[in-house]
Design a protein around this ligand. Structure first.
Ligand SMILES: Nc1ncnc2c1ncn2[C@@H]1O[C@H](COP(=O)(O)OP(=O)(O)OP(=O)(O)O)[C@@H](O)[C@H]1O
Ligand SMILES: [Mg+2]
Length: 481
């Protein structure tokens, strides 16, 4: 018993001395010397340790180490408020603040029940003294040390590190700035940052329809393997139709912000040849939306007979045509890219060629309608942050009677910061519309208002062989709140 006590006493004093030595090394030794002493410590005690440490170096030779970059991105989201010290910074090009580890501070992470300890070891390099006697630090080098129990080496290499790479990719995709591409100079896309703030929360639309659309988009994004299995290009088409000012373009931006997809806004009037169209479409990146606004006015798409004649006439055979567009959408382009959304907008669905509307091409037909009570509530909450007001009942009654677009309603709401004044103006506009007898609902012109109908569901054409295929053509003739 005495001897056990003696050994424990010795062990405790060795541990205490080791801790004291480690503190002295960390606090007082210069960087270079500290690294040498650390590696000697690790060699000595590593023999008895049950832990294993992976070193992830910032640079490998002259090139940067992708795993180091991914670890930094991943760890930035794992910084916990319990940590004693961490670093924050804001880059000019980013909207938000980024977090990162500070030298030697420990971060504990868990994955599949395994505990991981992360530590950043940084090393200043290229220290130079300038004329004033100050040091200028050209850059910072270093590495991460990732420590875990030896028995989890396989899990770490086979699952944890790939998980970090995957997560870092997702974080980067979520943080990147979206782009809006336009084909102003016939042959190529020019790009700007897409900064439209529209979201599905601020989009005035009947709640059930919004839910249906969001579910459809989410289902599409999650079905990569399914599309592969059935041998179908991973793309989906949406046709947005409805009067001017009902939010079709706003919807497109909300969709891009929700999916984190870039928008390719194709102006067909700039494209005169099928070959140019083909080049533009092939030049699109994955995770993107092809948008053709006002498809009915873009080009003479109505007359496919004329199309056929042009094709037989040599001098016209490369002229842009409906069949050219449809061929690319169906075939060549779809096989060369993934995660594509195609959106056509129009004020006049009835003017479109049936070939554009057939299932499999435009999978979902969405009617953007006049403003009803639900849309009004969304708009008034967007612009004045209120849920209730004594004037609501009367306004909602009027909205059921007359046709006012969300754009008209939004414009009135924006006219004053004083909600009473804004609502008064809106009420006047709606009363004038009613008294003029213009745009009255229920006059038979537009029987889609005030109802949400999922007209039919059926398997997509050309997929009869796949019994499991439940892709649906959902025609939503609907909407006004
Ligand atoms: N459903 C809506 N939700 C929120 N805001 C809307 C909605 N509809 C219209 N607005 C407002 O009206 C403006 C015009 O809407 P938008 O350009 O999206 O209409 P549109 O249907 O694309 O019209 P057009 O057919 O003329 O292209 C938008 O900037 C937005 O402020
Ligand atoms: Mg528009």
């Amino acid at each position: 018993m005495e001897s056990i006590k003696k050994y424990l006493g010795i062990a405790a004093s060795i541990a205490a001395s080791a801790m004291l030595a480690r503190t002295i090394v960390n606090e007082y030794l210069p960087n270079e010397l500290r690294i040498i002493v650390h590696s000697a410590f690790n060699k000595l005690f590593g023999r008895f340790s049950t832990n294993q440490t992976i070193v992830i170096q910032k640079t490998e030779g002259l090139t940067s180490n992708k795993l180091y970059e991914a670890s930094s991105t991943y760890l930035c989201n794992r910084i916990s408020p319990n940590m004693r010290r961490f670093r924050v910074s804001k880059n000019e090009n980013k909207n938000s603040i980024t977090f990162s580890l500070v030298d030697r501070e420990e971060l504990i992470d868990a994955f599949q029940g395994v505990e991981y300890k992360w530590q950043l070891i940084s090393k200043q390099k290229n220290e130079r003294m300038n004329r004033d006697g100050d040091f200028s630090l050209a850059s910072e080098d270093g590495w991460y040390e990732l420590t875990f129990h030896k028995k989890y080496k396989d899990v770490t290499l086979d699952s944890y590190l790939p998980h970090i790479l995957e997560k870092a990719k997702e974080i980067k995709a979520a943080n990147r700035r979206l782009k809006l591409y336009m084909n102003e100079h016939e042959y190529c896309w020019s790009q700007i940052d897409l900064q439209h703030p529209a979201t599905f929360e601020t989009l005035a639309m009947e709640a059930d329809l919004k839910k249906t659309i969001l579910e459809d988009l989410t289902r599409f994004i999650e079905r990569k393997e399914y599309y592969k299995k059935i041998g179908k290009a991973w793309k989906r088409g949406y046709l947005l139709f409805g009067p001017p000012g009902t939010g079709k373009s706003t919807f497109v931006s909300a969709m891009a912000n929700y999916l984190r997809f870039d928008i390719y806004d194709l102006n067909l009037k700039e494209v005169r040849k099928n070959s140019v169209l083909k080049r533009l479409l092939v030049g699109m990146k994955n995770k993107s939306m092809l948008v053709i606004e006002d498809i009915d006015c873009s080009i003479d798409f109505k007359n496919r007979e004329k199309d056929k004649k042009n094709q037989s006439n040599q001098s016209h055979h490369d002229e842009i045509s409906l069949s050219g567009l449809l061929n690319f959408i169906d075939g060549l382009w779809s096989t060369s890219g993934e995660e594509r959304i195609i959106v056509f907008t129009t004020n006049y669905k009835e003017k479109l060629d049936p070939a554009l509307l057939r299932p499999g091409r435009m999978d979902m037909h969405i009617y953007m309608g006049y403003c009803g009570p639900n849309s009004f509530r969304v708009l008034v909450s967007n612009y004045h942050a209120i849920d209730e007001h004594p004037m609501f009942e009367e306004i909602e009654g009027l909205l059921k009677e007359v046709e006012a677009t969300p754009a008209e309603v939004a414009e009135q709401l924006l006219r004053s910061d004083n909600v009473d004044v804004a609502l008064e103006g809106l009420m006047q506009l709606l009363q004038e519309k009613r008294n003029d007898g213009q745009g009255n609902k229920g006059n038979g012109k537009d029987d889609k208002d005030e109802k949400l109908v999922v007209v039919k569901k059926k398997e997509e054409e050309g997929l009869e062989s796949s019994a499991e295929d439940h892709e649906t053509e959902v025609v939503i003739g609907a909407v006004n709140c």
